[in-house]
Ligand binder design. Sequence first.
Ligand code: CS2
Ligand code: MG
Length: 401
Amino acid sequence: MKISDARVVVSSPGRNYVTLVIETGDGVIGVGDATLNGRELAVAAYLRDHVCPLLIDRDARRITDTWEYLYRGAYWRRGPVTMTAIAAVDMALWDIVGKSAGLPVHQLLGGAVRDGVMVYGHASGTDLDALEADFSAHVDQGYLAVRAQCAIPGLDSTYGVSKSGAYEPAGGSRPAQDVWDTGLYLDFAPKMMARIRDSFGDRVHLLHDVHHRLSPIEAARLGRSLEPYRMFWMEDPTPAEDQSAFKIIREATTTPIAVGEVFNSIWDCQELITNRWIDYIRTSVTHAGGITHLRRIFSLAELYGVRTGSHGPSDLSPIAFAAALHLDLTVPNFGIQEHMNHPAGAEQVFDTSAEFRDGYFHPGDEPGLGVTFDEEAAARFPYNRKYLPVNRRLDGSVHDW
Ligand code: CS2
Ligand code: MG
C-alpha cells in the first residue's frame, strides 16, 4: 500500500484549518489535522516543503515506523510545529489503514472499553447572569460537564468570553490586546463558581480554565478558594512548562488539576505525571504527535492514576476531534473530552460521523476516522491570517494569555 501523493490544504471555512491529505496508489485517502492556531502556515510549510516529499512510496501501513522516521530523522525534534506536522501524518495513516481494513480506528486500537465519550462544553458570560444562562443552555443540551468562564469586573476583556456570538480567540490582522489583573481575577473566580453551584447544585461537573495566568502560590490560593465548589478540575493554573511549580500547588489544595494542551510530547509531561502533580493530562491528538504518540502519553498517565482530558477546541478540526474520540473510546484511564462546536461553514468542508447524545459523543463505526474532507469546497475558503491575543497587565507589561 504505497503512498502516491501527500498534499496540504490550508483553508478557512469559518476559521483557519490546515489539513493533510495522503493518498495511496490504490486510491485510499487518509486525512489528518495540522492546525496550529495563529501559526498555521509554519506547519503547512514544514509539511509541504520537508515532510510530504519523504512520504512518497512509503508503505502507508507502517504507521509507527513513519512516526519514528519523521521524529528521529529530523534530528531537530519536539515543539508545536514539528509535532503537529507528525500528528497530521499519523492521523492520516490511521485513517488509511482503517479504511483499507474496513474498520473504524477504535477497533484498530483494541476496541471500545466504554459505550460513549463524556464531553464538556464551554459556557461563558459577560457577567454572572449571562454565564448562568449559558451554563443552563448547555445543561439543557444534555452536557453532563460544563466549563465556566466569565468576564472579570473591571477588566475590558477576559479569556474565554465573547462579547457577541461564539468565542473565537484568533482574530484581526494583528494580535488583539487583552488586559489582565490577577488580584481582580482571584477575588472574582470563587464568586463565579459559587453562582454556578447555587443555581445548579453538584449534579453537573464544573470545570474552569485559568489559562496559564497565575504564579504557583496564587494557583495554590485559587485551588483552596475553589475547594467548596467541588471542581472537576482547574485547568492550566500556571504556565505548564514550569513543571516543578505544580508541586507547590499540589501540596496546597485538593482541587483537581488539568494541564497539557500546550505540550507536544511525553517528555513535556513526564515529571508532572510520574510525580502525580496533576490529575488530568490535556495533550491533544494534533499538537502531541498524533494517535501513536498520544497513546503513549495516556499509557504513562495510566500507570500513575492520571486520567485523560484531551484538548478539543474549535481550533482543532473535526478530523482531530474524531481522532480524539476514537482514542478516548479505547483507553482505560479516560477522564473527559473537551468539545466546542466548529464554526458555521466548517460543515461544508468536513463531514463527520461523530454524534452527540445525552452528554456523550461516539465517533461512529465508519472505516477509518469517519471524517470526509471536501477539497473542492475547501478551495472556496481561502486562508485568512489571524493572531491570538496578547495579554498585558495593568502596568502594560506582557502577561501569559
Ligand atoms: C483553551 C483553548 O479550550 C481550551 O482549553 O485553552 O481554547 C485555547 O485558548 C485555544 O486552543 C488557543 O488557540
Ligand atoms: Mg485550556
